[in-house]
Structures are given as C-alpha cells and as structure tokens.
Design a protein. Structure first.
Length: 326
C-alpha cells in the first residue's frame, strides 16, 4: 500500500464496473488476500509509457489468476509520488462468459464516473496536443485529418477487434471505413490524457450509439511528433455481434491486404525485466454462488472474497482487471 496516496481518488476496473474509492477499501482487500497469492499466477507490465506524474501501462494477467489471460491498458495518475487514480481497461470477449456475467456490475448500477474530473491531466503539452488532435479527428470521422498526424510506418492496433494495420496508407483506408462505427470513432469524447512527452495515451467515452462505453488509446510519437503507434482497447462484449464483425469484415479487410489481422496482437516488451504485479481475485459482491469451473482452473483460483465478506457485504471490490505493485 505504500504505492498509494492516503487520499486515493479511485482504483477502478472500467470493464467490470468495480471501483475502490478510498485507501482503506483497497487496503482491506489487499490485507485479506495478498498472502494467498502464489506462483505461477502473475500480473506484469510489458510497457510503461510515462512521465513522472502519470502513465499508461500495458499489463498482462496470466490465466492462473482469473481463469483467462487479460491484456490490460491502465491509466495511472500520481501525486507526490503516490498513486491517486488507477483505471484498468480490457476486452472481455475472450473471458469466460459465466464469470463475466457473475463479476460485472449490473447495468443500472454500473459506475460511469471514472473520477477523471477530480484528477487533472498531468501529461506534457506535446502529448496532450497529439492526443487531442487525433481524438478530434476520430470524433469527426475524419480519416484524412487523422492520417496527417501519423508516421509513414505507423502501426494501428485495435486489441478488442483483433485488428492491426501497418503503414499510414493502409491505416487511413481502414479508418475511412470504420470511424463511423468503432467506439473510439465518430462522436466520441476525450476524457483524460496520461503519459510523457514521447508516449502515453488518452481515455475516451464512445458516442451515443455505444451506450456510454469507455476505453483507452495508447500513443507513441517520434521526435517530430508524428504518431508511430496507436493502440486501443475497450470491452467489445458490449458491442452487438454485427458491430464487432463490421470493421474487420471481408469488405474492410481483404485477404489481398493482410494488414488487418484477425489474430490477437501482442505488445512489445520495451521495459526489459519488470517487477511482478499482483491483485486480489474477487467476485461481484451482489452476485450469488460461483459459477462452475473446470477443475484445473478452480484449483489455481484464489479464494473468493464473497465467501468471507463482512456483514452487509462489500461496498467496493477489486475485479479481475485491476493490478498494483506487489
């Protein structure tokens, strides 16, 4: 807990709609469950795009933690060297359907406030300018304006749709087809920018057609402030099957042009060896009994905090998507 500020604003999983809104709530869960975390379960960083006061962290949860591999982009803000805001974003389509239904906060109570209004953007002007310009082009559905911001050899990845484009020309063609339908595209709005001069990202809210879906986009820039990498993730399980399929349909992504991959994209490990991260495994406090799991998976899952919840249940809880330094 020494990594966190006593006046922690939020520690949230934006996919499952779970949040801790105080230092004490987070500490109580960690004190109860961290002693039970055992190898080979790991949560680790593969890239950190940051300055000294905010960061976008590429993270991986191994299947032993929560029954499936989670690839997360986390937005982290610091104050006086301590974490004051942490929000995780990940795509739940590969995640176990029963566990997803069990863990996710029901729609009527799903939190929409990610406390970005309470923590001002601390990213440098160069990144804020690049993020704002790209997001505005996306929101306007203007693929040409977006392309003007991109490096010739840009790599655009949509982790949720398993799509990857290489090169500005192909990326511009792809954006011209999909910006009207993808969540980070037309009518989306900018929420918060995190990171350093040459890399970081921005959080966004999708347009009205996506019912308040939120997500994050990571950016990397060259010395001339052209964007070399664009990586987005959001919970595409909240999209209709037709919306999920449309951007990478045969129309948008032909066999002749293999730049839009249907395979899951990995992330370059630019940080070298990274410390192991850990997190508590919990079920949704409002849900009932655990869903049945394969025996091998069940043996590796940590205890469910709902089995020993205090009287009155949990007011806040830590979902499979959250991660902190151990």
């Amino acid at each position: 807990m020494s990594y966190f500020a006593p006046d922690l604003v939020t520690y949230t999983d934006a996919t499952l709609g779970w949040d801790f809104d105080s230092f004490r709530a987070l500490r109580n869960i960690f004190e109860q469950y961290m002693p039970g975390w055992k190898p080979p379960a790991r949560c680790y960083a593969t890239a950190i795009l940051s300055n000294d006061v905010s960061a976008l962290v590429h993270m991986v949860d191994t299947p032993e933690l929560f029954g499936g591999e989670l690839r997360i982009l986390a937005a982290v803000d610091f104050c006086d060297g301590k974490i004051v805001r942490w929000v995780d974003y990940w795509d739940a389509v590969p995640y176990d359907e029963q566990l997803y239904a069990q863990f996710r906060t029901p729609g009527a109570r799903f939190p929409r406030d990610l406390k970005d209004a309470e923590v001002p953007t601390q990213a440098p002007p160069e990144l804020v300018a690049a993020a704002t310009a790209l997001q505005q082009a996306f929101a306007a559905g203007d693929a040409s304006a977006a392309a003007d911001l991109l490096h010739t050899d840009v790599v655009l990845t949509d982790m949720s749709l398993r799509a990857q484009l290489i090169g500005r020309i192909e990326t511009a063609r792809y954006l011209s087809r999909v910006l009207a339908s993808v969540p980070y595209g037309q009518s989306s709005s900018l929420r918060h920018v995190i990171g350093g001069t040459a890399s970081g990202g921005f959080e966004w809210t999708a347009g009205p057609g996506h019912r308040g879906l939120v997500g994050i986009t990571a950016l990397e820039l060259d010395a001339g402030q052209l964007i070399t990498k664009v990586t987005s993730v959001y919970d595409s399980r909240q999209l209709s099957p037709a919306r999920r399929a449309a951007p990478c349909s045969t129309t948008a992504c032909t066999p002749r042009r293999s730049s839009c991959s249907r395979q899951r994209s990995g992330h370059e490990d630019r940080t070298g060896a990274s410390p192991t991260f850990g997190r508590p495994a919990t079920g949704h406090p409002a849900s009932g009994q655990r869903s049945p799991e394969p025996a091998a998976r069940a043996r590796n899952r940590p205890a469910n905090p709902r089995q020993t919840a205090p009287a009155g249940g949990w007011s806040h809880s830590s979902p499979p998507g959250t991660g902190v330094p151990g």
